[in-house]
Design a protein around this ligand. Sequence first.
Ligand SMILES: Cc1cc2nc3c(=O)[nH]c(=O)nc-3n(C[C@H](O)[C@H](O)[C@H](O)COP(=O)(O)OP(=O)(O)OC[C@H]3O[C@@H](n4cnc5c(N)ncnc54)[C@H](O)[C@@H]3O)c2cc1C
Length: 298
Amino acid sequence: MYPRPFRYHRAASIREAVSLLAELGEEAKLLAGGQSLIPLMKLRLASPHHLVDLNFIPDLSYVRPEDGLLRFGALTRHAEVEASPAAQQIPILHDCAAGIADVQVRNRGTLGGSLAEADPSGDWAPVLLTLPTEVVCVGPEGERTLPLAEFFVDAYTTVLRPAELIREVVVRRPPPGSGGAYLAVKRSAPVYATATAAVQLMLADRETCSEAGIALGAVGLTPIKAAEAEAALRGQRLTPDTITRAAEAASAACDPQPDGRGSAAYKRALVGALVKRAIALAARRARGEQVEVSHIYA
Ligand SMILES: Cc1cc2nc3c(=O)[nH]c(=O)nc-3n(C[C@H](O)[C@H](O)[C@H](O)COP(=O)(O)OP(=O)(O)OC[C@H]3O[C@@H](n4cnc5c(N)ncnc54)[C@H](O)[C@@H]3O)c2cc1C
């Protein structure tokens, strides 16, 4: 189906994009990669009267290492993260970027668009929640920086205010002795996940976990930070018992809905299995092993 008619506006700067949004009001939408918005418009589930295109704003697409941080422009494509040597130094980022949908979607879809869309099944949110991540937003009142943990309000809803946009996503690099892994079960490449688990660990020695970040995707209205699962690992030796306790806590933390991808019980069990596996992979990477991780297609 064709979308309903709309007016196209090409913003030349962030300032212009913000003032267009402020002037055009609720009937205006930002256009980034278009990989969520355009299908919704074609299905007529969204019918904005105005599109404000971000794609011609200079310097909105980059992966920039700086003083222990990695800065991502909002318009950075999933494929650019996948190919970035700086991002590859944090393997969980590469696990995520390389597995999102298919190559066409990865070449167009953006990190900023993905977070702003707040799709409960989106891959970036759980991954970035396991790392210290901040979102830099710009609106009519100026710029503000928020922890990602405070960004999601509900399914498809964020704390972004009217006429506010994401300019940059900032990730603090994990310290030495850290490793992470992201696992997503998908029925095939171009569909969203049935369930996902992101785990980022820091080991004090080769066996004891000094810090843990665990987040789950596609099993609740927002990405879920599994605090009790993290607590089950923190300060503990990584034995089969502690890993099982963390996996059980993660299963208990999720709130999956039954749908065509599986029953709630199936998804809960899947989360437990994914967390167990992701902990083992993250620990191997924290010990310095090079481990290939990819999405699971089942
Ligand atoms: C077939 C298919 C399969 C997919 N599978 C997956 C998947 O498995 N995992 C996954 O994570 N994603 C998947 N996606 C979605 C894809 O990752 C999108 O790229 C992403 O969700 C949205 O990014 P975008 O740049 O395309 O945003 P757009 O579609 O352009 O915009 C999405 C929303 O965000 C707003 N927006 C965009 N940029 C900003 C900004 N900088 N600041 C504020 N608001 C902004 C827009 O106004 C719009 O409301 C899939 C998409 C398709 C078409």
